[in-house]
Design a protein around this ligand. Sequence first.
Ligand code: ADE
Length: 282
Amino acid sequence: MRVDVVTIFPDYLAALDLSLVGKARRAGLLDLRVHDLRDWTSDRHRTVDDTPFGGGAGMVMRPDVWGRALDDVMGAGGGDGGPAAHLVVPTPSGEVFTQRHAEALAAEEHLVVACGRYEGIDARVVEHYRATGHRVSELSIGDYVLNGGEVAALVMIEAVGRLLPGVVGNPESLVEESHGAAGLLEYPVYTKPPAWEGLDVPDVLLSGHHARIERWRRDRALARTAQRRPDMVAALDPGALDRHDVDVLAGLGWVVDGGRLRRLEDGPEQGPGEGTSGTVAE
Ligand code: ADE
């Protein structure tokens, strides 16, 4: 996969030399190029922004500078040997970036990430690339405001990069993680030593009984999701639940009703927490 990032702070992206993404670059799995937007300015001061039409606080990034930069890095699309690049614009006013976006973007051959600063990029830039047949995704990494798109670009590139074939050493670790196909948060995990600070690893995990371990993990995933992310429980497909799942969820105050999960208004409390000595149904 090729990823081009355009920013006025190329050094921000230096972290992409580290860890798994850095390794993927060195292994040739990810061709990541970072560009300085100011290379496409045409004045002595290398200006990339100006005051907003209509007034108001802050500065807006100029469309002409962005247009020259993106025309160069996006490629013609189709004609130049590869498919048209998918333009990603991190912005707090975008759709919220999820694992589903990461999966879809990981299937692309070429991403271009346009990092805005100040009050954002002139709206005609996104309009122009959409109108000229490019796919454009304006994505937010969450309901808070950063000073620019660079940190969001780091987040998205890491989330996408680890899904590329060969990047994560053991692809099985991608199967059971939070926000995976099961629609649940991941169960709690433990390693050695089995006793630490008076806290014991749950016996079942030391039992070697794979079916019971699997059931325990699923119960903990259900309980954790119900406690922390009721929106994810409400989105579960009841048809994908077994009888034991339904019982566990009932104990957490959720019932199947009209083909959907519904929380009982005055149902029981959200079940035990994650204390290792808790009495969790096995
Ligand atoms: N730029 C500023 N805030 C952002 C956010 N929350 N997500 C993506 N890009 C941003």
